[in-house]
Write a protein that binds this ligand. Structure first.
Ligand code: B12
Ligand code: SF4
Length: 468
């Protein structure tokens, strides 16, 4: 059977400027689910290809003869996924299967656009679904107990650009922050054997990848294991030019770990700082203190591990001053990048349930759920004030002069990249203001000109609670 996997990207992410921006921001990398499922199907004799809309336009006229279309969903890409599913249903004879993060949270919604929906990790069911042996409209896939049973992602199936291999050595996270989707989707936390990870790295070296990321939600959750992986990378010459990973502030308590990370070139880490307000950290169930954050910043810089400071904007206990304090802190510690994200209540998370109960959701236009839009009524500021804070944060952080300082610390290449982001932020900010002022009917315009109650009414999602 001819099987085509599509990972959609929203209208915004398919724009030329966005693609250019993401090129400046870092290496192009792929989501691994479709490449793993694709390999299972290829090994079973099917003709498989995988497309990602994020990095290139897909020529749909070339894939209209497939027998099955497999579409992945995140929340922000769900509307595009449904559009493609409807179009493929109308214009082809192929079956449409939808899976991934968003479809797993809201399968009934996805089922309106698909022949079948798979909830959860699909490794154990994908072949039977494609070959018609499982026919349920909504298939609840049992989670993968032993991660070593999954094959490695097959990058030869990918027809769109990719310059960095993504490796998941674990699934899930032992913590459970109130806004986090992955710790729920991939529950409980599971680990692959270190041998299997090494074999995968060897495979990427052999096919010529220069860059490799560990995309585990929390790579250093098990420090002993993280150390073992780094140690073997160094011993077996499996070190890549640079490896990005997600970590938590608690990694800074282990000097040996930091030393090994540095030597294995795991030198760019996204740390969820989220907020410098202890009350907010407790509200989101982060299990992290302000002292942890400060210590982490200091220790990582000693080991030349560059921090991408991730902040969550709009936590109930945070006001504008708290957000600005966090941005200034990121500047003070010479964070390599700032990743400010507006708190986004993804379906099935604790914050989503809470805001639903409190009638604080302003929209369910899923395309806005990309962590750049205010989709709920914040507590300590108006929705527009919060929306503007993310822009202010970028402007405050990606300033012209600090780029030179960063260039001096991390090298000229990094300084230039930072200047690129500064330039993009500069073009982006007046752009948003222009839309907010003149593009009537857009969500940004509504945020600026309407009350939350008016927004909710116009987005048709129910009655708002009075803002406290
Ligand atoms: C790598 C990655 C990226 C890469 C590559 C993405 C791409 N090329 O599209 C980059 C960095 C570019 C990226 C971008 C974004 N990402 Co991202 N990303 C990830 C990450 C870290 C790993 C993905 C992965 O490989 N997972 C492991 C594999 C095993 O899981 P999987 O791919 O979901 O597949 C399994 C199942 O979902 C299912 N499945 C998946 N697809 C299909 C399809 C079918 C037909 C079937 C049956 C089953 C099925 O079976 C698979 C095997 O078990 C995840 C976090 C995570 N842990 O998943 C976030 C994550 C998916 N990203 C997220 C977000 C928000 C984004 C952005 C919107 C961020 C932004 N503001 O720009 C963009 C959107 C990109 C887009 N396509 O438009 C969120 C999504 C939350 C949600 N509920 O929607 C996540 C969960 C991280 C988080 N913050 O919680 N991302
Ligand atoms: S630490 Fe990170 S991955 Fe783990 S639950 Fe919290 S946000 Fe999710």
């Amino acid at each position: 059977m001819k099987v085509v996997f599509i990972t959609p990207a929203s209208d915004l992410c398919r724009m030329f400027l966005y693609r250019l921006g993401s090129k400046v921001y870092g290496q192009r990398n792929s989501i691994t689910g479709p490449l793993i499922l694709g390999r299972i199907l290829k090994d079973a004799g099917h003709d498989v290809s995988v497309y990602e809309e994020l990095y290139a336009n897909v020529d749909y006229s070339k894939i209209m003869d497939a027998d099955v279309y497999c579409i992945s969903t995140m929340t922000s890409t769900a509307p595009r996924a449904y559009f493609l599913a409807d179009r493929l249903h109308k214009e082809t004879k192929g079956r449409v299967i939808i899976g991934g993060m968003h479809a797993s949270a809201l399968p009934e919604e996805a089922a309106l656009h698909a022949d079948q929906v798979v909830v959860g990790e699909a490794e154990t069911v994908i072949r039977d679904v494609i070959e018609g042996k499982i026919t349920d409209k909504i298939v609840y896939a049992p989670r993968l107990e032993n991660l070593d049973d999954a094959p490695f992602p097959d990058y030869s199936l990918l027809k769109t650009p990719c310059s960095c291999a993504n490796v998941m050595t674990t699934r899930g996270c032992p913590f459970c922050c109130s806004f986090c989707t992955t710790s729920r989707m991939f529950h409980p936390y599971r680990e692959r054997s270190v041998d299997s990870v090494m074999e995968e790295l060897r495979y990427y070296k052999s096919i010529g990848f220069k860059y490799m990321n560990f995309e585990d939600d929390n790579f250093t959750a098990n420090k002993k294991r993280a150390k073992e992986i780094c140690r073997r990378m160094i011993e077996e010459d499996l070190v890549f030019r640079e490896t990005f990973f997600f970590g938590r502030t608690d990694m800074a308590n282990d000097e040996e770990l930091l030393d090994l990370l540095e030597r294995a070139h795991l030198t760019r880490v996204l740390i969820g700082i989220e907020s410098l307000n202890q009350k907010s950290l407790d509200t989101i169930n982060k299990h992290q203190t302000v002292e942890d954050i400060e210590k982490c910043a200091e220790t990582l810089s000693r080991h030349k591990i560059r921090i991408i400071a991730s902040l969550v904007l709009g936590i109930d206990d945070d006001g504008k001053e708290d957000i600005r304090k966090s941005v200034d802190f990121a500047n003070k510690i010479n964070a390599y990048q700032l990743q400010p994200a507006i708190l986004t209540p993804f379906p099935k998370t604790a914050v989503y349930e809470q805001y639903e109960k409190e009638n604080r959701m302003m929209t369910k236009d899923w395309s806005l759920f990309n962590m750049a839009y205010v989709t709920f009524i914040p507590k300590k500021m108006s929705p527009w004030e919060l929306q503007i804070e993310i822009i202010r944060a970028l402007k405050r952080f990606y300033a012209f002069l600090p780029s030179f300082k960063i260039g001096k610390i991390f090298g000229i290449g990094y300084g230039l990249r930072r200047l690129g982001i500064w330039l993009i932020a500069k073009i982006g900010i007046p752009g948003v203001n222009l839309i907010a002022n003149f593009a009537k009917g857009t969500y940004i315009y509504k945020l600026k000109h309407m009350t939350p109650e008016e927004i909710i009414k116009s987005e048709n999602i129910g009655t708002p609670a009075t803002k406290s």
